[in-house]
Design a protein around this ligand. Structure first.
Ligand code: GLC
Length: 561
């Protein structure tokens, strides 16, 4: 397999609004990130992915772009971006931009022009349809509720928006528009960008006749069409077009946020010979998601991915991002076993095949937040989810509790740097409330503590960097189906075999018998509790051994580290 820089890397996702504010306006910015590059370098990450920093009316916090070649004044200037890019590059950290081109903002000048009349130079840049029977062209529902169509009197037509009505879908069938998007990608690469995280990319091509979506209508009367739209043939052609344009710049990383019908379809996006994406942030049925996950299901998903190695595919590995609640609250235990379970999740991610993605604050074990009122939340998804529950008959109180639990704002609270006011994030009033637990959970305290979650991440990142077995090694699950909460697997590379175990539960378990005799692991998540005790797994224990197969009798014996 051809090796790439991004296989050996660790990608740190920054949500710029919430990372570090340098000018006391309550919103994080590029100068703020610049002040923190040594923090990133010290942690050991090798790439930074910036969530959108382009000008935007922020209906979807930047995922509604009004200008693809500029920086929002709130975040700084293009010169600030250049300075940040240079500072990161000087530390060997690559730069990945978010690239949101399924849709733009309705405040993008292209849209203003396109919406003005049926005959103008950009008339075809968005998806316009005549009314049908005096109403919307079909039954499609937008992802945040209501029809996916919005009427514009000046054209006497509707435009399509799969997301909010302020996020009109770009018309990828228009070659001129497409070429402009490709030009802009080149422009960023020439400016220094090393890769793109391409947002919501599976829906670029739409059927020309816009048939009604099959399936049951939601409480608002419309039907979600996104799954039916994914991966139409021309969508693949358009994505391939990006690669074709960028090829001449060498190994530009392309991460697709991809919805695929099944694993076979996913191959189409990520098999190197298809020249689409280097790796995917995947949504493939059965979705291992908030309500349906279990540790064993997560591991089964990894095993399924692994079965695609024959096509040379690679994976983005993450448990967190700006669209999910905090991982320690969602998948583990943010109470009694907070520290142990945060470490366990880390060890899980860093020992799987694929490139680990680290979402800001995860390295501190940051947890979900709980604001008192709906008004304290900012996220469009949280608010529309709440409204759709209420519309469907759920009581307001119950709807609020449910919306809170899955809110994307859980992950968007300001970064917890230290115990000073506003957690050291801003000298002004933060745009979103700081999680009150910042005095206990913050970077300053954890960097001083060799047993902290932060220190554990740092060791793991270094361990992965130094050991090809953790990057390229074969992956073999060894789980005992009777112990669903104990995950066990190996990574093998040449003469080395690494054994990894996680007790994904608040109950003690025994180590599977054949490994019960192993001595001290190379890395253990329970050092603060006294370390690993042979044969026993404490609640949320995680441990990693480096083993070698004895040449004599095929027995597994341990290498002393
Ligand atoms: C992606 C982004 C998400 C955004 C959506 C629409 O899923 O990750 O934050 O709301 O696309 O752009």
């Amino acid at each position: 397999m051809k090796k790439h820089w991004w296989q050996e890397g660790v990608v740190y996702q920054i949500y710029p609004r919430s990372f570090q504010d340098s000018n006391a306006d309550g919103v994080g910015d590029l100068r703020g990130i610049l002040d923190r590059v040594d923090y990133l370098s010290d942690l050991g990450v090798t790439a930074v992915w910036l969530s959108p920093v382009y000008p935007s009316p922020n209906v979807d916090n930047g995922y509604d772009v009004a200008d693809y070649q500029c920086i929002a004044p709130q975040f700084g200037t293009l010169q600030d971006w250049d300075a940040l890019c240079a500072a990161l590059h000087a530390r060997g950290i690559r730069v990945i931009m978010d690239w949101v081109v399924n849709h733009s903002s309705d405040e993008h000048p292209w849209f203003a022009e396109s919406a003005a009349s049926r005959e103008n130079a950009k008339a075809d840049y968005y998806i316009w349809r005549d009314p049908v029977n005096g109403g919307v062209p079909n039954n499609w529902r937008s992802c945040w509720g209501g029809s996916a169509w919005e009427y514009v009197p000046a054209r006497g037509q509707y435009y399509l928006h799969l997301f909010s009505k302020k996020q009109p879908d770009l018309n990828w069938a228009c070659a001129e528009m497409r070429e402009k998007i490709y030009d802009m990608m080149e422009w960023w690469v020439q400016r220094g960008v090393d890769g793109f995280r391409v947002d919501a990319i599976s829906y670029l091509d739409k059927p020309a006749d816009f048939p009604d979506a099959a399936g049951e209508a939601e409480s608002d009367g419309y039907v979600l069409c996104m799954n039916q739209l994914t991966g139409r043939e021309k969508t693949h052609v358009y994505i391939h077009g990006m690669q074709q344009r960028l090829k001449k710049y060498g190994d530009v990383l392309m991460i697709g946020e991809v919805v695929a019908r099944d694993q076979a379809h996913m191959r189409r996006y990520i098999a190197p010979q298809c020249e689409e994406f280097s790796m995917a942030i995947p949504f493939v049925p059965p979705i291992v998601e908030i309500n349906t996950w279990s540790p064993a299901a997560l591991l089964r998903r990894v095993a399924q991915d692994w079965s695609q190695t024959d096509c040379g595919a690679w994976w983005a590995r993450f448990l967190s991002n700006h669209d999910k609640p905090r991982q320690v609250s969602l998948y583990a235990n943010d109470g009694e076993y907070w520290e142990q379970s945060a470490k366990m999740l880390a060890a899980f991610l860093y020992t799987l095949p694929g490139t680990p993605f680290l979402y800001q604050g995860e390295e501190l074990g940051m947890t979900n937040v709980s604001y008192a009122a709906l008004e304290d939340y900012d996220d469009i998804d949280t608010k529309t989810f709440f409204e759709s529950l209420v519309l469907g008959g759920t009581s307001r109180q119950e709807a609020f509790a449910l919306a809170k639990k899955v809110s994307r704002d859980n992950a968007r609270t300001p970064m917890q740097w230290d115990e000073s006011p506003n957690a050291g994030f801003s000298a002004g009033t933060p745009w979103l409330g700081v999680n009150p637990n910042y005095r206990r959970i913050n970077a300053r305290a954890q960097r001083k503590d060799p047993l902290s979650v932060w220190s554990f991440y740092r060791r793991l990142i270094a361990l992965r960097k130094e050991n090809p077995a953790l990057i390229y090694g074969d992956f073999t699950p060894l789980c005992d189906p009777a112990q669903e909460d104990v995950l066990l697997y190996t990574r093998s590379f040449g003469q080395e075999t690494w054994l990894v175990v996680h007790n994904w539960s608040a109950l003690p378990h025994n180590m599977p018998e054949e490994f019960a005799g192993l001595g001290q692991p190379l890395l253990s998540g329970s050092e603060r509790q006294g370390g690993y005790t042979a044969g026993k797994l404490r609640p949320y224990e995680t441990a990693i051994w480096k083993l070698k197969i004895s040449q004599k009798n095929d027995e597994i014996s341990m290498i002393t580290a």
